[in-house]
Each structure stands twice: as C-alpha cells, then as structure tokens.
Design a protein around this ligand. Structure first.
Ligand code: NAP
Length: 506
C-alpha cells in the first residue's frame, strides 16, 4: 500500500460549508489543505437538488457569503441554478479549486493517537491529516420511506434530491409522497405538465405567502454601484428575520400574525371547504418548518390534482394503495420525504480516539457537539453545520461563516501554541448540550404539538439552534482553548503556516 498523502487540513464536502472553510483557510495563510468532494462540482445541496421549482426560501442577499456579495440576483428568493452558479463562481474566483479533489468519497477516517493525525481513506488516495473539517452537511443523504412494496414499483421512481431529468412527466400519472419544503416547490412546478397528480400528505404544513419579486435592472445597477447599498439590504433582511426568534424560542403566541397569513393563504388558494380543511394544520405554527409559497394551494386545487390524506398502506408495481383499500395507478413516483438529519451519515465513517465510530457514540446519546463544532473523543475534528446549528428562520450561511471563523482560529491557535491535538473536554460538551436542551423545553419545536425531523428518537431537538444567531456568532468568535484538552506538538509536525513564516521573516 502506498504511504498516505500528508496534508495539514482535510475538508469533507464543497457546499457552502466546505467552500467557506477552504476560502477562509487560504485567507489565513493556511494553504496546505485538500477538499474531498463526492460530486463532480462544488455546490453540495444546491448541486444535488435540481428538481423543478427548486429555490431558496431565505432571501439571497442574506443567503450568500458576506465576503462575496452578488448584485446580480434576479429574484429576491433565488432559484437553484443561480445559487449553484454563484457557488461555482465564488469557488473559481477564490483560487482554491486546485486543492479540490472531485468524484472522491471519504470511506473511513480514523484518529491515530500515536501520530496525532487523522488517517483518511477515500475512494482515491489515503491522507494523513492533522485536522479534519466536516462540511458534509445535514441535508445530503436522501431518506426513502419504509413503505411496503416500494422496491417492487415498476414505473419510474426517484427522490426529490436525485431528480431524474430523463423522465418526461408530460401527460403522465404522477404521485408525490410528502408535503415538506421540497414537495411544495415541486407540486406547483409539475402540476401544469402532468396528466394527473396525486399528492400524499401525512401532515399538513403551514404555508405562508412567498413575497418574492424580480429585481429590476435599475435596482441591480444600484446594488452594484451604490456603496453600502447591498450591505444595507443584507442587514435589513438579517434583523427582520432575527425578529422572529422569540416566536420560536420563547413566546409562540408572537407567531399569531404568521398563522393568520397562512390561513389567508389557504383561503386565497383554495375555495373547496373540504380541501381547505385537509390542508389546515393541527399543530402550532413554527413547530415544523414554516413553508412559503403562493402557488402550492392553487396547484392542489387544480382539476388534475388529488390531495390524498389516507395513510399509505403499500406500494404495488403499478400504484399506491391507501389504508381504505383504494389503489391509485401511477406511472411515476416522486419521493419527497426528506433527508437523514438526526443521524448524519458521515459519522459512520469517523472513528475516534477510543476506536468507536461517532455514529455509535451518538446512537446512545443522540447527536451533540460543543458549539455544534467539536466532539469529545474526536480530537482535531470540527463540524460545520453540526448538531444544533440549524435554523428555521434565517440563513445557514451566517451560521457556517460563524463556525468557520471559530475553526480557522482553532487551527491558527494550534499552530501558534504548538498544539498537536485539541479535544473538547467531555464535561464542557455535556454542559453545552444540557444547557441547549434546557432551552429547548420552551420552544415551539417541543411544545407545538407536532412530530418533526428536528427531534431525535430520544425526543431531543438536536438539529436547531434555540437562540439568536448573533449569540451563536458571539459564542464562536474566538477559539477557547480552555474548553479543550490540548497536547503539545511533536517536532516533526511543528510546521509554520505560510503566513506565520512570512510574519517570522518580517
Ligand atoms: P421534509 O421537510 O423532511 O419533508 C418530508 C415530507 O415527507 C413530510 O411531509 C413528511 O411528512 C413526508 N414523509 C416522510 N416520510 C413519509 C412516509 N413514510 N410516508 C408519507 N409521508 C412521509 O423534507 P424536504 O421537503 O426535502 O425538506 C427538508 C429540508 O430541506 C427542509 O426543512 C429545509 O431545511 C430544506 N429545504 C429547503 C428548501 C428551500 O430553501 N427552499 C427547499 C427544500 C428543502 P411528515 O411531516 O408527516 O413527517
């Protein structure tokens, strides 16, 4: 076996998270890194989700990197192709792409305590990395429903995140299972094309209007040329969104105006009282992700659409049978049932200091990480978009940038202080998680009367951040070595970064 490629930092994934880490490491003078990416291009979830109607439900002025503003967004909520093109451009302009290794999967990463290195085997080379950053994302592994007979379906079948563009839906009998964020974009996009559409709803979501608009040319020109204007947009959107936090975390009654908007959205889009009743949720707004659409309800009300609320009993080679015994024949089955979120798949491949995979560790305890970033027993491993960093109201890019600031500071601090390893103290990690779970008790996600993918099998919310995003940023502003067990550098690994070298020559 050839010897591993020595690298200082190995980043897994090249979506917003991995790309941000690469750019910020480079800016900090850390040039010895690789980015391992299973796909053929950057983009992560925005590369994989190409379904018709895919768009972001956070305004792009905020859902973009603070250090790479884009005055050319065509809409206030950008469609997927524009977001992907943005990420590709940012990657190109950053000058980091030569360190990206595409079409390569991380198969196993094992901590070698003797060397204070991660031994990372991939479908290509094997790497010995001082630090591993996982930007593998929370929405990367499609979740197929465990429905009897699904593997016997003889027509076309695909998941929303793996859209098969070779399948022509025109005139076909199509079923969509699921009514989450992906489905409510897909349904109105395909309803005018298909012959007949069955939408299988297990739980009705709350859907408020989507106040989207096209940016006229003069506004885009102003955003490009007027100094500070784009920052102003971003700041206004940020604080507008931040204003929703108390409604989720402390006082769900504050969400009453949103509930009124959602009910008005139903009345506007649907005239049939029976259908209105079927789509009206029976839990508190905010308990599950609040969705935004002006076109979903009209698509459900269209003549060629049926909303099916009887539970699915089984799938046959030619259709779907519901619990009342009705079989509905279909040609194409679209599975919009979400992702594996509370058991991040990458954790099956990460083996820590004591020889246990992170998946096994979390199987017992549920997901937890100090500041959503570091886990005891897994030295020199940092997560981006780790446990309890998700948001329902604002931009994940803000959270990603906060975590990357912390991680880059950790790496620089390791170098400056000669640490060969940093491992968060177990008591610190436990206290962090206990305090988050304590806060969770008051949130609408726990009290709102719904079951959601935010909660794990222990009933703990291990996915969302239950405070303001600026408090998250504050907590991650600087690497706090005091919360970690640190080990001193062995001389062979005490390599200065390029910047440190430049500083020491100055
Ligand atoms: P999701 O929100 O998890 O929704 C999955 C849907 O499938 C739910 O309606 C769920 O019903 C249903 N379902 C799951 N298993 C089922 C089964 N066995 N039988 C019947 N129905 C079943 O997944 P998603 O829509 O793909 O969205 C996931 C996340 O991706 C979102 O929350 C969001 O964070 C992100 N996203 C964002 C955007 C955007 O920015 N525009 C777009 C798409 C996705 P229950 O509610 O009863 O569980």
């Amino acid at each position: 076996m050839s010897s591993p490629v020595d690298v200082d930092t190995l980043i897994i994934g090249s979506g917003f998270a991995g790309l941000c880490a690469a750019i910020k490491l480079q800016e900090a003078g850390e040039r010895d890194f690789v980015v391992i990416e299973k796909g053929s291009t950057v983009g992560g979830t925005w590369r994989d989700n190409t379904y018709p109607g895919a768009a972001c439900d956070v305004p792009s002025q905020l859902y973009s990197f603070s250090f790479a503003p884009n005055p050319d967004w065509s809409m206030s909520f950008s469609p997927q192709p524009e977001i992907l093109a943005y990420l590709e451009r940012v990657a190109r302009d950053s000058g980091t792409l030569d360190r990206f290794v595409f079409d390569t999967t991380v198969e196993n990463a094992r901590w070698d305590g003797g060397q204070d290195r991660w031994l990372v085997s991939t479908s290509g080379a094997t790497y010995a990395a001082r630090v591993v950053i996982s930007g593998a994302g929370g929405l990367s592994a499609p979740k197929l429903p465990a429905i009897d007979g699904i593997e016997d379906f003889a027509g076309e079948i695909f998941h929303s995140a793996r859209w098969d563009h070779d399948v022509d839906l025109a005139g076909k009998r199509v079923a969509v299972i699921g009514t989450g964020a992906s489905s409510i974009q897909i349904v109105p996009a395909i309803q005018p094309t298909v012959g007949h559409l069955d939408v299988y709803q297990r739980t009705a979501p709350w859907v408020i209007p989507r106040n989207d608009r096209r940016y006229p040319a003069f506004e885009r020109a102003a955003l490009r040329h007027v100094p500070g204007l784009q920052d102003l947009y971003r700041t206004a959107i940020y604080w507008g969104r931040e204003g929703y936090v108390p409604a989720f975390t402390r006082a769900p009654k504050l969400a009453t105006p949103a509930k009124q908007m959602a009910l008005a959205n139903i009345r506007k889009g649907i005239s049939d009282p029976a259908l209105r009743a079927k789509v009206t949720p029976d839990f508190q707004i905010g308990c599950k992700r609040i969705l935004i659409s002006n076109t979903y309800y009209p698509a459900l009300a269209a003549d060629n659409t049926d909303l099916v609320t009887d539970p699915i009993a089984r799938i046959t080679p030619s259709g779907i049978v519901t619990s009342d015994g009705t079989e509905r024949a279909i040609d194409v089955l679209i599975v919009a049932t979400g992702f594996h979120t509370t058991e991040l798949p990458i954790t099956e491949h990460l083996v820590g200091r004591s020889g246990t995979t992170l998946a096994d560790r979390w199987e017992e305890t549920g997901m937890s990480a100090y500041k959503g970033t570091a886990v005891a027993d897994f030295p020199n491993l940092f997560f981006i978009v780790g446990p309890n960093t998700g948001l329902g109201h604002s931009s994940m890019v803000f959270m990603i940038e906060s975590q990357v600031t912390y991680i880059v500071d950790a790496i620089r601090s390791m170098r400056r202080n000669g640490y060969s390893s940093v491992e968060v103290r177990e008591d610190v990690e436990r206290a962090w998680s206990a305090s988050l779970q304590q806060r969770m008790k008051r949130t609408v996600w726990s009290t709102g009367g719904c079951a959601s993918w935010y909660l794990d099998k222990h009933g703990n919310n291990t996915t969302l951040w239950p405070r303001s995003t600026f408090s998250f940023r504050g907590a991650l502003a600087r690497f706090d070595a005091g919360s970690y067990r640190v080990a001193a550098t062995t001389p062979s690994h005490a390599t200065p970064s390029s910047t440190d070298r430049e500083e020491s020559l100055a």
